[in-house]
Structure formats: structure tokens, C-alpha cells
Design a protein around this ligand. Structure first.
Ligand SMILES: Cc1cc2nc3c(=O)[nH]c(=O)nc-3n(C[C@H](O)[C@H](O)[C@H](O)COP(=O)(O)O)c2cc1C
Length: 190
């Protein structure tokens, strides 16, 4: 049965099988499943952005599929690794495809947030500064607070992907609540 919860399109900026960001996103999706319906959107099959790939019929098939999946969602969650203090090209490429054709952006007016994890101490804070600025420019209605920077510790996550560190689980729960409120506020026009 389809869920009646707000639909959140989740874009993960890593293709690695062992991605800590994907593990984080899955754990948050499981934890928030009683409030939000997360749908993971594939971005690894999008070609590198090239204006020439648009035709009168539209974009390449993966781009059309990607834009349709984002359009069907009430909100967007970007899950970013930090590469060289910035956002990985994979995620930037997806944002670029979504932003075109002009006047048909996938992002304008979408409720949105970003989170990220890295093994380092600052947990993607530097990358998210760039990403949030770009999200605002793209017209997303970005949840600024709470911020979500995770210094990833493998021992905090169980083999089934659940969060086993109580403090981390409590923070993730509070974050899911705040994001659900952000999405609801926008849906109700308040
Ligand atoms: C090209 C590259 C650049 C990186 N730069 C940073 C960085 O600036 N800050 C950081 O905390 N970690 C950096 N890392 C380490 C990543 O945080 C780490 O590989 C992380 O696991 C990537 O996310 P993923 O597991 O979801 O793929 C970098 C990794 C790569 C491959």
C-alpha cells in the first residue's frame, strides 16, 4: 500500500559499495519511516552534463527518469560526502541536470535539506557550506537548522544498518522530526 507520509527523494553523492553516506541515509530512512517515505533516486547513471544532449524530445533517458522521480517527491534530501572540502562531482552533476531546461527546474520551491558523513572530524561541514549556498540559488526551500554533520564511527551502526549509538539515534530522530515539520509547513503553505 502506498505510504501517506510525505515523499522524500534521497540523492546520495557516492557510488562506493561501502559508502558511509549511503549507510547513514539508509539508517535515517529506517528511523524516520513512521513520518517520511524516503525514495532513493539513482544518480550514478546520469551522463556528465552536456547541453548538447537535450533534444526536442527531452534529455537522455536516465535524466528524464531522474527528473520524473524528483518531481514526484514532496521534498529532497541531499546526502553528501566531502571531497576536497567541497561537494563530489557526482552530486553536482545531478544538481545541474535537475536545473535544466531553463524554466523547468526540478528544484524550484522544493522543500530540501542536506546531511553528510565523513570519517574526519568536521563531518562534511565544509562541503555543506558550498552545497547549501547552491541549494538556495537553485530555489530550494532549505532547512537551515538543525545542521547535520556526522563524524562517522563504524561502531555506531549495526550490521543491519540501524544506529546503535543512543546519542546519534536521538539526534537523527530529532532531525527527522524537524525535517518532517519543515516539509509539512511548506505543504500547508504556512
Ligand atoms: C577525492 C576525495 C577527497 C576527499 N576529501 C575529503 C575532505 O575534504 N574532507 C573529508 O572529511 N574527507 C575527505 N575525503 C574522505 C571521505 O570523507 C571518505 O572517503 C568518505 O568515506 C567518502 O564518503 P562515502 O563513504 O560515502 O563514499 C575525501 C575522499 C576522496 C575520495
Amino acid at each position: 500500500m502506498p505510504s501517506s507520509f510525505p515523499r522524500v527523494a534521497v540523492l546520495v553523492g557516492s557510488l562506493r559499495a561501502g559508502s558511509v553516506n549511503r549507510r547513514l541515509a539508509r539508517a535515517l530512512a529506517a528511523l524516520a519511516a513512521d513520518r517520511l517515505a524516503f525514495a532513493f533516486v539513482e544518480i550514478g547513471d546520469l551522463p556528465l552534463y552536456n547541453d548538447d544532449l537535450w533534444t526536442d524530445a527531452g534529455g537522455p533517458a536516465p535524466v528524464e527518469r531522474f527528473k520524473a522521480q524528483v518531481a514526484a517527491a514532496d521534498a529532497v534530501l541531499l546526502v553528501t560526502p566531502e571531497y576536497n572540502r567541497a561537494v563530489p562531482g557526482l552530486l553536482g552533476n545531478a544538481l545541474d541536470w535537475g536545473s535544466r531546461p531553463q524554466g523547468k527546474s526540478s528544484w524550484a520551491g522544493k522543500a530540501a535539506a542536506c546531511i553528510g558523513a565523513s570519517p574526519g572530524a568536521i563531518g562534511t561541514a565544509a562541503a555543506q557550506v558550498h552545497l547549501k549556498a547552491q541549494m538556495v540559488t537553485l530555489g530550494m526551500i532549505v532547512m537551515g537548522h538543525p545542521e547535520f554533520y556526522l563524524s562517522f564511527k563504524p561502531e555506531d551502526f549495526g550490521p543491519d544498518g540501524t544506529v546503535v549509538n543512543d546519542q546519534t539515534a536521538a539526534f537523527m530522530n530529532a532531525y527527522a522530526d524537524a525535517f518532517a515539520r519543515h516539509v509539512a509547513r511548506l505543504s500547508s503553505g504556512k
